[in-house]
Design a protein around this ligand. Structure first.
Ligand code: NAD
Length: 473
């Protein structure tokens, strides 16, 4: 069977049943129909929660070894369908097949399933002094809700569901209304490897997310999305005192120290900022460069950025794609126009082609821009990077810390010790040195300030999907 046919068979496997409500999903690069997603509501949510409650006790009783084996089998299933999943993701989300995009994202799904299966979580002896013997264990929570965004829809779903399943929970997933097919088809494949009822996708809108966050049978919500929605979830989950992991918006700063080598860091800076065409929570969104090397960094970055191909995702040469949706396109266009109107200097891009189909916004670099400019102060979440000149490290640190979110940050220097000193002063959940945005299933990840709370990945991530219990005696 050829790949396209397989793609079609996965898409038809998740299409609405005869007579049920459906919604056409359009490719953001071409406007073509990718497939039809079911339109689920609160009734489907109730059915999914009931199935989850029924399936969860046996799954919890199966133990870590059996659950890890099932996650490994799920990783195999994802790999067996990798190319079809990557094509669906590329057409629905817009990201190209190649580069750090669709094939990479599907590969990360399998890698995270495997790493989560392999992470040990032993009971911890907290005190053992002859009189007191106290151990810390983690029990399953029960049914976990997973609400996700549209930028990395498959990978973020796995980040949420893999530790939840591993810890003996069932999961109900509410995907973004922009990318339901990616999540439905991924979960369809994962469900080949785990018991029925444990993992269900309810492809509805915001009202399903609200109902999930307020539902008394949901013990925890894993949420990745905007800070505004995170605040709404805190409110709607309050009456049931739910546990929450909130991975929210960011507006990451990168600081280039005066001793950095512009030519050596240009590629890393570019991908730190433009991965997934800038639609990444922990992407570099504000670049602070010391005045001594400001022009050289602008030049090196422009030279690198101007040769990176953008276009329709299914064309193998492309590594940058369109914005995923019109609303996001309009945010980026508005912020760049405001920057231009303020007198900032356009080094590259800033000139979208109105006749081009799809939500393509060109790779844009803006220099000589004020720190208070909206393109710097707001999360642009697209392919437009402002480059701000600074003269003292204190000033750069103050500007980097001067906003109310703190997901990631980076420091770029030829002197690792100097970079680490600056890193320690930055109010961010992760600070990378000479890189930006790389994640690893063994290394905890989470935000500071209004970028959220709770940690994902590694043993810390598993602990966040369990209820701590002390056994004393
Ligand atoms: P969003 O907040 O608009 O939507 C996320 C999800 O929340 C969607 O599934 C949506 O239907 C649902 N939702 C909307 N209103 C809700 C409500 N009142 N109650 C419950 N659910 C509701 O976010 P988005 O636009 O899809 O994603 C982009 C944002 O996500 C950016 O701010 C980005 O920085 C952030 N993000 C953060 C991380 C991270 O790890 N910190 C990762 C990816 C994206």
């Amino acid at each position: 069977m050829d790949t396209l046919q397989n793609t079609d068979s996965l898409l038809s496997a998740v299409a609405p049943a005869e007579g049920a409500a459906g919604r056409e999903i359009l490719d953001p690069a071409t406007g073509e129909v990718v497939g039809v997603a079911p339109v689920a509501g609160v009734a489907e949510l109730e059915a999914a929660i009931a199935a989850a409650e029924a399936a969860q006790p046996a799954w919890a009783a199966a133990g870590h070894e059996a659950r890890s084996a099932a996650l490994l089998a799920a990783a195999d299933a994802v790999e067996a369908h990798a190319e079809e999943l990557a094509r669906i993701l590329s057409r629905e989300q817009g990201k190209p097949l190649n580069g750090p995009n669709a094939r990479f994202e599907v590969g990360a799904c399998a890698a995270w399933l495997r790493a989560t299966a392999a992470t040990p979580l032993e009971p911890e002896v907290v005190v053992d002094d002859g009189e007191t013997h106290a151990e810390l264990h983690y029990r399953p929570i029960g049914v976990v809700g997973a609400i996700g965004p549209w930028n990395w829809p498959m990978m973020i779903t796995v980040w949420q569901i893999a530790p939840a399943l591993r810890m003996g929970n069932a999961v109900v997933v509410k995907p973004s209304e922009y990318t339901p097919l990616s999540v439905l088809t991924l979960v369809k494949v994962i469900n080949e490897a785990i018991p029925a009822g444990l993992l269900t996708v309810v492809a509805g809108g915001r009202e399903v997310g609200e109902a999930l966050s307020a539902h008394p049978a949901i013990g925890k919500v894993m949420f990745t999305g905007s800070t505004a929605t995170g605040k709404a979830i805190i409110r709607s989950s309050a009456d049931t005192v739910k546990r929450l992991t909130l991975e929210l918006g960011g507006n990451d700063a990168g600081i280039v120290l005066p001793d950095a080598d512009p030519a050596a860091i240009a590629e890393g800076l570019f991908w730190g900022a433009f991965i997934n065409t800038g639609q990444t929570c922990a992407a570099l969104k504000r670049l602070y460069v010391h005045e001594d090397i400001y022009d050289a960094v602008c030049e090196a970055l422009t030279a690198y950025a101007s040769q990176v191909p953008m276009g329709v995702g299914l064309e193998e040469a492309n590594v940058l794609g369109p914005l995923q949706n019109k609303a996001q396109y309009e945010i980026v266009a508005r912020l760049v126009e405001a920057a231009k109107a303020s007198g900032a200097r356009v080094l590259l891009g800033g000139n979208p082609d109105a006749d081009q189909p799809g939500y393509f916004y060109p790779t844009t670099l803006i220099a000589d821009i004020d720190n208070a400019n909206p393109l710097v102060a707001e999360e642009q979440f697209g392919p437009a990077l402002p480059i701000i000149k600074y003269s003292s490290i204190d000033e750069a640190v103050e500007q980097a810390n001067g906003i109310d979110v703190g997901l990631g940050a980076s420091v770029w220097s030829s002197d690792k010790a100097a970079a680490r000193d600056v890193a320690a002063r930055l109010e961010a959940g992760t600070v990378w040195i000479n890189a930006h945005g790389a994640v690893d299933p063994r290394v905890p990840f989470g935000g500071a300030k209004q970028s959220g709370y709770g940690l994902e990945f590694g043993v810390e991530g598993l602990k966040h999907l369990g209820v701590p219990q002390i056994i004393n005696g």
